[in-house]
Design a protein around this ligand. Structure first.
Ligand code: SF4
Length: 215
């Protein structure tokens, strides 16, 4: 029933799935909704595969679904999602151009940080395949967990935020998680600055971001 309702949602969504990569991504998203590969499936209501176009110029990776995401099966729809929307709007970027997902697809109990085995299993089964199909020009990593998941870096975010790091042909821009930016004004100010820098990169790095539309 839930899977069917997600399918209906997809059919109504602006993200049409017709190319082989799009069809494979849709299959992966369906498989994620039924995934029981790590212990996090036990406490979830809905897995949250992600949402957005394929291919996408920008991919955004957070930590894990929260309460609202778990309820709705959609990424960044709670308070931190609204904050993310305001950050994107402030630099004239739109969700419709971005594929948004998280490091693990199921909500950890009491919103705890995902464990290393959960991160590893979700990455090798799903996130790596999503990145490969979506082929983003830039991946925006929101917070320490996303940096660890994609770059295998135990990052000091205060040192690394606002930087573009390339690894294995992936170009990753590092910033704070919107939940932290929302709660702590100093982090919020740094995150705003990072998003302005991201927009500058999108505007100027035409070789790296040749397919990016910077509005
Ligand atoms: S977190 Fe990832 S690996 Fe674990 S059950 Fe959910 S989709 Fe599967």
């Amino acid at each position: 029933m839930l899977i069917e309702s997600r399918r209906l949602l997809l059919l109504k969504s602006p993200f049409m799935r017709t190319t082989p990569a799009q069809k494979e991504l849709a299959m992966i998203e369906d498989a994620i909704r039924q995934c029981v590969k790590c212990p996090l499936h036990k406490s979830r209501l809905n897995a949250v595969p992600g949402r957005g176009p394929c291919p996408a110029r920008i991919m955004l990776v957070g930590e894990a679904p929260g309460k609202q995401e778990d309820l709705q099966g959609l990424p960044f729809v709670g308070p931190s999602g609204k904050f993310l929307d305001s950050l994107l709007k402030s630099v004239k970027l739109s969700r419709k151009d971005i594929y948004i997902t998280s490091s693990v697809k199921c909500r950890p109990p009491k919103n705890r940080t995902p464990r290393p085995d959960e991160l590893r299993i979700c990455k090798t089964n799903w996130l790596d395949r999503q990145i490969s199909l979506i082929a983003p020009k830039i991946i925006v990593l929101l917070g320490k967990t996303a940096v660890k998941q994609v770059l295998s870096l135990d990052a000091n975010l205060n040192r690394l935020h606002g930087q573009l790091i390339s690894k294995d042909h992936l170009h990753c821009f590092i910033t704070f998680h919107p939940a932290a930016a929302m709660r702590f004004p100093q982090i919020g100010a740094k995150t705003q600055k990072d998003f302005r820098k991201l927009k500058q990169l999108l505007n100027t790095q035409t070789d790296l971001f040749s397919n990016c539309i910077a509005t």
